[in-house]
Write a protein that binds this ligand. Structure first.
Ligand code: FMN
Length: 162
Protein backbone atom coordinates (compact mmCIF):
# COMPACT_ATOMS: atom_id res chain seq x y z
CA UNK A 1 0.00 0.00 0.00
CA UNK A 2 1.51 3.32 -1.10
CA UNK A 3 1.07 6.11 1.43
CA UNK A 4 1.62 9.86 1.41
CA UNK A 5 1.70 12.31 4.29
CA UNK A 6 0.82 15.92 3.44
CA UNK A 7 1.32 18.50 6.16
CA UNK A 8 1.77 22.14 7.03
CA UNK A 9 3.55 23.32 10.15
CA UNK A 10 4.34 26.81 11.40
CA UNK A 11 6.38 25.94 14.48
CA UNK A 12 7.39 22.31 14.05
CA UNK A 13 4.83 20.33 16.05
CA UNK A 14 2.87 19.07 13.05
CA UNK A 15 6.11 18.45 11.17
CA UNK A 16 7.37 16.24 14.00
CA UNK A 17 4.22 14.10 13.95
CA UNK A 18 4.11 14.04 10.12
CA UNK A 19 7.68 12.72 9.94
CA UNK A 20 6.98 10.12 12.61
CA UNK A 21 3.93 8.84 10.73
CA UNK A 22 5.67 8.88 7.37
CA UNK A 23 8.58 6.83 8.72
CA UNK A 24 6.16 4.33 10.21
CA UNK A 25 4.35 4.04 6.86
CA UNK A 26 7.58 3.91 4.90
CA UNK A 27 5.85 6.29 2.52
CA UNK A 28 6.35 9.70 0.97
CA UNK A 29 5.97 13.07 2.63
CA UNK A 30 5.12 16.51 1.31
CA UNK A 31 5.29 19.78 3.22
CA UNK A 32 2.93 22.56 2.14
CA UNK A 33 4.92 25.80 2.24
CA UNK A 34 3.22 29.16 1.92
CA UNK A 35 5.02 31.63 -0.30
CA UNK A 36 4.71 34.09 2.57
CA UNK A 37 4.83 32.55 6.05
CA UNK A 38 2.98 34.42 8.80
CA UNK A 39 5.16 35.91 11.57
CA UNK A 40 6.02 33.35 14.24
CA UNK A 41 7.01 35.44 17.27
CA UNK A 42 4.59 36.65 19.94
CA UNK A 43 0.91 37.39 19.52
CA UNK A 44 1.08 38.59 15.91
CA UNK A 45 0.84 35.04 14.61
CA UNK A 46 -2.65 34.69 16.11
CA UNK A 47 -3.78 37.93 14.47
CA UNK A 48 -2.40 37.02 11.05
CA UNK A 49 -3.42 33.38 11.17
CA UNK A 50 -6.82 34.12 12.71
CA UNK A 51 -7.52 36.67 10.01
CA UNK A 52 -6.65 34.18 7.27
CA UNK A 53 -9.05 31.64 8.77
CA UNK A 54 -11.84 34.19 9.21
CA UNK A 55 -11.62 35.37 5.61
CA UNK A 56 -11.23 31.80 4.29
CA UNK A 57 -7.99 32.91 2.63
CA UNK A 58 -6.16 30.79 0.08
CA UNK A 59 -2.53 31.85 0.63
CA UNK A 60 -0.19 31.17 -2.29
CA UNK A 61 1.85 28.02 -1.75
CA UNK A 62 5.16 26.87 -3.20
CA UNK A 63 4.79 24.43 -6.11
CA UNK A 64 4.45 20.80 -5.02
CA UNK A 65 5.73 17.99 -7.17
CA UNK A 66 3.48 15.06 -6.33
CA UNK A 67 1.33 12.63 -8.26
CA UNK A 68 -1.55 11.84 -5.91
CA UNK A 69 -2.81 9.18 -8.31
CA UNK A 70 -0.28 6.62 -7.11
CA UNK A 71 -1.24 6.72 -3.44
CA UNK A 72 -3.90 4.61 -1.76
CA UNK A 73 -3.63 6.22 1.68
CA UNK A 74 -3.22 9.96 2.21
CA UNK A 75 -2.58 11.35 5.69
CA UNK A 76 -3.29 15.06 6.14
CA UNK A 77 -1.79 16.93 9.09
CA UNK A 78 -2.37 20.50 10.19
CA UNK A 79 -2.01 22.75 13.19
CA UNK A 80 -5.38 23.95 14.52
CA UNK A 81 -5.89 27.64 13.79
CA UNK A 82 -8.95 29.32 15.26
CA UNK A 83 -10.51 25.85 15.65
CA UNK A 84 -10.00 24.98 11.97
CA UNK A 85 -7.33 23.63 9.63
CA UNK A 86 -4.60 26.02 8.51
CA UNK A 87 -5.67 28.11 5.48
CA UNK A 88 -2.89 26.77 3.21
CA UNK A 89 -5.05 23.65 2.98
CA UNK A 90 -7.75 25.74 1.26
CA UNK A 91 -5.18 26.36 -1.47
CA UNK A 92 -3.87 22.81 -1.52
CA UNK A 93 -7.29 21.18 -1.70
CA UNK A 94 -8.34 23.50 -4.50
CA UNK A 95 -5.23 22.73 -6.54
CA UNK A 96 -5.23 18.99 -5.96
CA UNK A 97 -8.43 17.04 -6.40
CA UNK A 98 -8.44 14.18 -3.91
CA UNK A 99 -10.99 11.46 -4.63
CA UNK A 100 -11.45 7.76 -3.93
CA UNK A 101 -8.62 7.64 -1.41
CA UNK A 102 -8.32 6.35 2.11
CA UNK A 103 -7.79 9.47 4.23
CA UNK A 104 -6.41 9.72 7.76
CA UNK A 105 -6.42 13.08 9.54
CA UNK A 106 -4.30 14.43 12.35
CA UNK A 107 -3.88 17.83 13.94
CA UNK A 108 -1.80 19.57 16.59
CA UNK A 109 -3.46 22.07 18.88
CA UNK A 110 -2.54 24.20 21.83
CA UNK A 111 -5.05 22.77 24.30
CA UNK A 112 -8.34 23.74 22.66
CA UNK A 113 -8.69 20.37 20.92
CA UNK A 114 -9.50 19.91 17.23
CA UNK A 115 -12.58 22.16 17.05
CA UNK A 116 -13.97 21.98 13.51
CA UNK A 117 -10.71 20.86 11.91
CA UNK A 118 -11.77 17.30 11.05
CA UNK A 119 -15.37 18.25 10.25
CA UNK A 120 -14.13 20.81 7.72
CA UNK A 121 -11.70 18.38 6.11
CA UNK A 122 -14.46 15.80 5.76
CA UNK A 123 -16.78 18.35 4.24
CA UNK A 124 -14.15 19.32 1.63
CA UNK A 125 -13.12 15.74 0.90
CA UNK A 126 -16.48 14.07 0.63
CA UNK A 127 -15.55 11.67 -2.16
CA UNK A 128 -13.12 9.75 0.04
CA UNK A 129 -13.08 7.07 2.70
CA UNK A 130 -11.98 8.32 6.14
CA UNK A 131 -10.03 5.74 8.10
CA UNK A 132 -8.95 7.63 11.22
CA UNK A 133 -8.39 10.92 13.01
CA UNK A 134 -6.29 11.96 15.98
CA UNK A 135 -5.33 15.18 17.78
CA UNK A 136 -2.10 15.97 19.62
CA UNK A 137 -1.50 18.76 22.10
CA UNK A 138 1.67 20.74 21.26
CA UNK A 139 3.93 17.68 20.92
CA UNK A 140 7.20 19.62 21.06
CA UNK A 141 6.22 21.74 24.05
CA UNK A 142 4.31 19.06 26.02
CA UNK A 143 5.04 15.32 26.08
CA UNK A 144 7.08 14.62 22.94
CA UNK A 145 7.74 10.95 23.68
CA UNK A 146 4.12 10.26 24.52
CA UNK A 147 2.96 11.89 21.28
CA UNK A 148 5.55 9.94 19.30
CA UNK A 149 4.25 6.67 20.72
CA UNK A 150 0.62 7.69 20.24
CA UNK A 151 1.27 8.62 16.59
CA UNK A 152 3.05 5.34 15.86
CA UNK A 153 0.33 3.24 17.50
CA UNK A 154 -2.40 5.14 15.67
CA UNK A 155 -0.93 4.72 12.20
CA UNK A 156 0.01 1.08 12.82
CA UNK A 157 -3.60 0.30 13.74
CA UNK A 158 -4.83 2.04 10.59
CA UNK A 159 -2.33 0.17 8.41
CA UNK A 160 -3.41 -3.13 9.92
CA UNK A 161 -7.06 -2.58 9.02
CA UNK A 162 -6.52 -1.49 5.42
C1 FMN B 1 -2.93 31.49 14.14
C2 FMN B 1 -3.01 30.44 15.21
C3 FMN B 1 -4.23 30.06 15.72
C4 FMN B 1 -4.33 29.03 16.67
N1 FMN B 1 -5.56 28.65 17.10
C5 FMN B 1 -5.67 27.62 17.99
C6 FMN B 1 -6.95 27.14 18.40
O1 FMN B 1 -8.01 27.61 17.97
N2 FMN B 1 -6.99 26.15 19.31
C7 FMN B 1 -5.86 25.56 19.82
O2 FMN B 1 -5.95 24.66 20.64
N3 FMN B 1 -4.62 25.98 19.42
C8 FMN B 1 -4.50 26.98 18.51
N4 FMN B 1 -3.25 27.40 18.10
C9 FMN B 1 -2.05 26.68 18.59
C10 FMN B 1 -1.51 25.65 17.59
O3 FMN B 1 -2.56 24.90 17.01
C11 FMN B 1 -0.58 24.65 18.28
O4 FMN B 1 0.42 25.34 18.99
C12 FMN B 1 0.05 23.65 17.31
O5 FMN B 1 0.65 22.61 18.04
C13 FMN B 1 1.09 24.32 16.43
O6 FMN B 1 1.51 23.44 15.42
P1 FMN B 1 2.82 23.76 14.55
O7 FMN B 1 3.98 23.81 15.51
O8 FMN B 1 2.94 22.60 13.60
O9 FMN B 1 2.62 25.06 13.85
C14 FMN B 1 -3.14 28.41 17.16
C15 FMN B 1 -1.90 28.83 16.65
C16 FMN B 1 -1.82 29.82 15.68
C17 FMN B 1 -0.47 30.23 15.13
Amino acid sequence: MKALVVFYSLEGDTKFIAETISEELDGDIVEIKPVKQIPTGGFRKYLWGGKQVMFKDKPDIEPINVDLYKYELIVLGTPVWASRFAPVFNTFLEKYQIENKKIALFCCHGGGKEGKTFVDFKEKLKANDFVGEIAFEDPLKKDKEDCLLKAKQWIRAIKKHL
